[in-house]
Design a protein around this ligand. Structure first.
Ligand code: ADP
Ligand code: MG
Length: 604
């Protein structure tokens, strides 16, 4: 296994840059941060005050020549008050900071998601979904820890150290000066450990994300794993990944614990030194006993914030890595953007859109050196029913991806009712041009939710009407809860055909002016297909319909059929004309006819 180290000097500085670029998200919350700061001040002041109060009790009330019981009681009362104030301040500060951090993260997460949603399909060709999920869920949470944990520690613990140092110098400058010898020693130890800690930390993170990636991939492909009986070998790989993670984690923990124990040891040695030096001073009468007590108390408290700050290094490290990953996504401008001044002529009167389509000299390639469509020119008249046929990989789906503007042509232009689709808002284009694909995507929710696709303005009657049009109504009523049947995991509780019918109803409910079906009936059994065919006729009557069909019978009735070969339209005409032409279509028809009859024989 390879542990990619992201800890190069370049990665570090760009990580820091990415983190600072996220700071504007915190800006609107400055009053909250100010509140936290005030609460931290109260908390720190009350904490530093505690040993001092005990010192006063010892020196002026207990060890004084005239012990003062009344004064002692007063101090005890004040002490309780201070402790209560400290607890309350600490509580409020933690809650406020968490609230603020989560508010910031909510905004970042929302922006990240919106940004990803705006990307063109080319973006999703190169960014694995699993990674994007991690970005939106985990990375944002890690950055939250930066805004809460790191920020808090820096202020609270930094302030603690400063206040304790001041308190010590107030008590006795000479002993305080001795105590300052600790600072360089602590720095040295921290330096020695820091690099190791960082490396160990990053190793563990990488190994953990390996586990997550493995899990995501395997759970999604569980069917294949079981069919090929790869459970055991996958188990072995998973075990290896887990073992690597365990070792990394234990090592990281070990280094971190050792570091803390070394600091603890140093702290206790320091206490011993203070007992020795301060104790001598007490015996010589240069300081009071209570002062010695306070010193010991402060030295002990001195190490706690330092410990806590060093632990925040990890948070900073991971926050930088996370911020960099998010920055990487946020900096990708969508390849396909809406025009600054969109053309709204078509959407203003959606019902009047005729659905005339022109492809004018359109060429297209997914990758620069692999052209897919070559100088394509064709027109579709309003209300026409057009079939597209051609071998797998001929470029049929790619044409539709251009028409829906998931991708942009490299050359030429596409117009809808004479308007270049690039001058439309993408949302508007998609309300005019609807697409059903072979691969159906259903969301978690009810059948009705999936037909209206969560658009509340689509009424129940419209949902039912849409389902009736495509012949899905009876099928849906047969489901356990009819339209209210809950769908899970992309509709795994439905058959392929049922899913496809719901997707048809969904597009009919959208009521687009141009309807594209991309091998949408391939999943249906012949009986259901007949049902859908009838529905299709109804749907197709008052709109332009483009149908890519696997079974040629689906498009027999088409006004015209385009035959595609290697990104070019090589034949065009009605079913009869093309058969007479005895070209590619006639060939395809001859083959599919045989295949069709065979499958008919096979299934009945
Ligand atoms: N997202 C993509 N990235 C790169 N190449 C692609 C992508 N989608 C399709 N292709 C390629 O483009 C060609 C045409 O594909 P497509 O339009 O889906 O064909 P059809 O729908 O006619 O079967 C194929 O060679 C295919 O490998
Ligand atoms: Mg296709």
């Amino acid at each position: 296994m390879t542990d990619k180290s992201t800890a190069g000097p370049q990665a570090k500085s760009s990580g820091l840059n990415s983190l600072t670029r996220l700071l504007p998200y915190a800006k609107p919350f400055w009053p909250s941060f100010l509140g936290v700061l005030l609460l931290v001040l109260v908390f720190n002041a009350t904490t530093v005050l505690q040993p001092y109060l005990v010192k006063v009790a010892i020196d002026s009330d207990i060890a004084a020549r005239h012990p003062n019981l009344h004064g002692l009681f007063q101090i005890a009362l004040i002490y309780v008050g201070v402790v209560v104030a400290s607890v309350v301040a600490n509580y409020l500060q933690l809650i406020l900071l968490q609230y603020t951090g989560q508010s910031i993260i909510r905004k970042i997460r929302l922006d990240l998601f919106t940004h990803i949603e705006r990307q063109s399909m080319a973006f999703f060709d190169t960014n694995a979904i699993g990674r994007l999920v991690t970005n939106v869920s985990n990375d944002t949470e890690t950055v939250n820890q930066f805004f809460t944990g790191f920020f808090l520690s820096l202020i609270r613990d930094g302030l603690s150290v400063v206040m304790i140092v001041i308190a010590m110098f107030e008590l006795n400058g000479r002993i305080a000066a001795y105590a300052m010898v600790l600072l360089p020693v602590i720095s040295l130890i921290s330096l020695l450990f820091r690099k190791r800690l960082r490396q160990a930390y990053q190793t563990t993170r990488t190994r953990l994300s390996n586990i997550v990636a493995f899990l995501a991939e395997n759970l999604a492909g569980m069917r294949i794993t079981q069919i090929f009986r790869q459970e055991r070998s996958q188990m072995g790989r998973f075990q290896a990944l887990n073992e690597a993670h365990r070792q990394g984690n234990v090592r990281e923990y070990g280094i971190s614990v050792l570091f803390n124990r070394v600091l603890e040891l140093l702290g206790n040695v320091a206490v011993a030194a203070i007992v020795w030096i301060g104790g001598g001073a007490v015996l010589h009468g240069t300081i009071l006993f209570g002062t010695l007590y306070a010193f010991i108390s402060y030295i002990q408290r001195f190490f706690q914030p330092i410990n806590s700050i060093t632990q925040q290094w990890n948070t900073l490290q991971s926050a930088m890595v996370a911020a960099e990953r998010m920055g990487g996504i946020l900096s990708v401008e969508p390849a396909i953007a809406d025009p600054d001044v969109p053309d709204t002529r078509l959407t203003e009167h959606k019902d009047e859109v005729a659905g005339q389509i022109h492809f004018e000299g359109v060429s297209f390639a997914y990758k620069p050196d692999q052209p897919i469509l070559h100088n394509l020119t064709f027109s579709v008249q309003p209300g026409e029913f057009i079939g597209f046929v051609g071998a797998t990989g001929a470029g049929k789906s790619s044409i539709m991806s251009l028409l829906t503007r998931f991708y942009e042509p490299n050359e030429g232009r596409i117009t809808l009712d004479g308007v270049d689709i690039r001058s439309l808002r993408q949302a508007d284009l998609h309300s005019l041009v609807g697409l059903v694909q072979q691969e159906v995507y259903l969301f978690t929710g009810t059948v009705a939710d999936n037909i209206r696709l969560f658009r509340q303005e689509v009424k129940d009657e419209e949902v039912v009407a849409a389902a009736k049009t495509v012949g899905a109504h009876d099928v849906i009523l047969r489901l356990p809860d009819g339209y209210q049947t809950k769908l899970f995991a992309k509709g795994a509780n439905l058959s392929m055909g049922e899913r496809q019918l719901i997707s048809f109803a969904r597009i009919v409910a959208l009521n687009p002016r141009v309807l594209i079906l991309d091998e949408a009936t391939a999943n249906l059994d012949s009986q259901t297909e007949e049902l859908v065919q009838a529905g299709l006729q109804a749907v197709a009557t008052d709109r332009t319909t483009l149908v890519i069909a696997h079974r040629l019978s689906t498009i027999r009735q088409a006004n015209r059929i385009f035959v595609l070969d290697k990104g070019r339209i090589v034949e065009e005409g009605t079913h009869e004309q093309l058969l007479e032409h005895k070209g590619l279509y006639a060939d395809l028809h001859a083959k599919s006819g045989i295949a069709y009859e065979r499958s008919e024989v096979g299934t009945t």
